[in-house]
Ligand binder design. Structure first.
Ligand code: KG4
Ligand code: ZN
Length: 367
């Protein structure tokens, strides 16, 4: 089955063709430079840029692959979570193609697609425990299959990626902060005691990164030189970074990584995790060096395999959307032209209001 994936949930316009779990071709246009001028993603600009690029990227994808719409068996498009206007551009484009080519459509949950991306590189032996760490989400899931993901824990405030981006911003570093923080941290030595592992004293699987952000703010106020240096790095690049600044970045990232690892360890000890065959870590923050190391450490400790997508598949892309789409279509799922974006996701609490199941309530049989 050849699946065309379309991803426009945030600031990356991406399209890809995937056949039976293998990427045939993919194209991606990032808007990073535009949003960097404003220090963060500007939703209206994001929609306009997706609109400007999506058609040209589709042509480029087909030109590079030597394929045409006739060859496509199913079209998968991200329906959320994400920015409403941005999602609607991809959805409208996908519907247009489906209508023009008389092709079946499947709407994909962006977070599920991140997690299922691990299956493009390794065989997924369900059930699995999944950690999704991105710019907008920090979720722990139990995965029983490509269409059955149970949410076990989530962040109560900032997502892990947001905690990285905001700390970088506090230091005067340019947007997007997470990747830069990673590069600076790799040049430093972490101090385990400098920052807290926030909310880990609470015996549940939820996260809260606000305590870490406050601790970092207090530290930066006591060390104003670091912020001046951050602004210098913005102008002159990371080679002017001092060892002290790199050490602070390494300490902060270690706090994020260990916090994620502590909660994942707890998740593995719960009865919900009985029979778990492995751990998936996905989303933009899964590209982080210290997060990857902490998760490998955890996997080694508990003796479970770690399924970590390569860095390209961690950050936003359409290969993961096409792959999730083909998995769902293979199982008979699909949508008609009436579906719309779900910008904030769709969660269904269980009777205790704690465990949540993220479903696709409006699936129709594939045509
Ligand atoms: O999954 P993603 O590309 O987009 C969303 O769905 O949100 O994740 C983006 C987030 C941003 O917060 C970005 O700073 C963070 O992932 N990120 C990183 C790294 N690469 C991306 N954070 C830390 N280290 C990285 N290497
Ligand atoms: Zn994402």
């Amino acid at each position: 089955m050849l699946c065309l994936g379309i991803e426009t949930s945030c600031d990356e316009t991406a399209l890809a063709l995937v056949r039976n779990g293998q990427c045939v071709e993919s194209v991606l246009a990032t808007q990073m430079d535009i949003h960097a001028l404003f220090g963060g993603v500007v939703p209206e600009l994001a929609s306009r840029e997706h609109y400007r690029f999506v058609g040209a990227l589709y042509d480029e994808l087909m030109r590079r692959s030597g394929l045409s719409l006739q060859d496509v068996d199913v079209i998968a498009v991200t329906r959320g979570p994400g920015l409403l206007g941005a999602l609607l551009v991809g959805i409208a484009f996908g519907k247009g193609l489906a209508l023009a080519g008389n092709k079946p459509l499947v709407a994909v949950n962006h977070l599920h697609a991140h997690l299922l991306a691990a299956g493009l590189e390794q065989k997924l032996d369900y059930p699995l425990l999944g950690l999704l760490v991105s710019g907008g989400h920090t979720h722990i899931y139990r995965l029983d299959g490509p269409d059955s993901l149970v949410l076990l824990g989530r962040t109560l405030d900032d997502a892990a990626g947001e905690a990285c981006d905001k700390f970088a911003k506090m230091m005067g570093l340019p947007y997007p902060g997470g990747v830069l923080l990673d590069r600076l941290a790799q040049r430093g030595t972490p101090d385990v005691h400098l920052f807290p592992r926030p909310y880990t004293h609470v015996e549940n699987l939820d996260f809260s990164f606000s305590g870490l952000k406050t601790a970092a703010l207090v530290y930066l106020e006591a060390h104003p030189g670091l912020r001046e240096e951050g602004r210098l790095i913005r102008e002159q690049g990371i080679d002017v970074a001092s060892p002290a600044l790199c050490n602070v970045c390494a300490s902060y990232m270690l706090a994020v990584a260990e916090t994620l690892s502590i909660k994942m360890h707890r998740a593995l000890e719960q009865k919900n995790s009985a029979g778990i065959n492995g751990i998936i870590v996905a989303g933009g923050v899964a590209a982080n060096t210290q997060v990857r190391a902490a998760m490998q450490n955890l996997a080694d400790t508990v003796g479970k395999p770690l399924l970590l997508p390569s860095r390209f598949l961690c950050t936003d892309n359409a290969v993961m959307v096409a792959h999730a789409g083909e998995l769902l279509a293979e199982r008979g799922f699909g949508h008609d032209l009436s579906f719309s974006a779900i910008p904030r996701g769709q969660r269904i609490p269980d009777d205790k209001g704690r465990l949540e199941r993220t479903l696709y309530p409006d699936f129709l049989p594939c045509r």
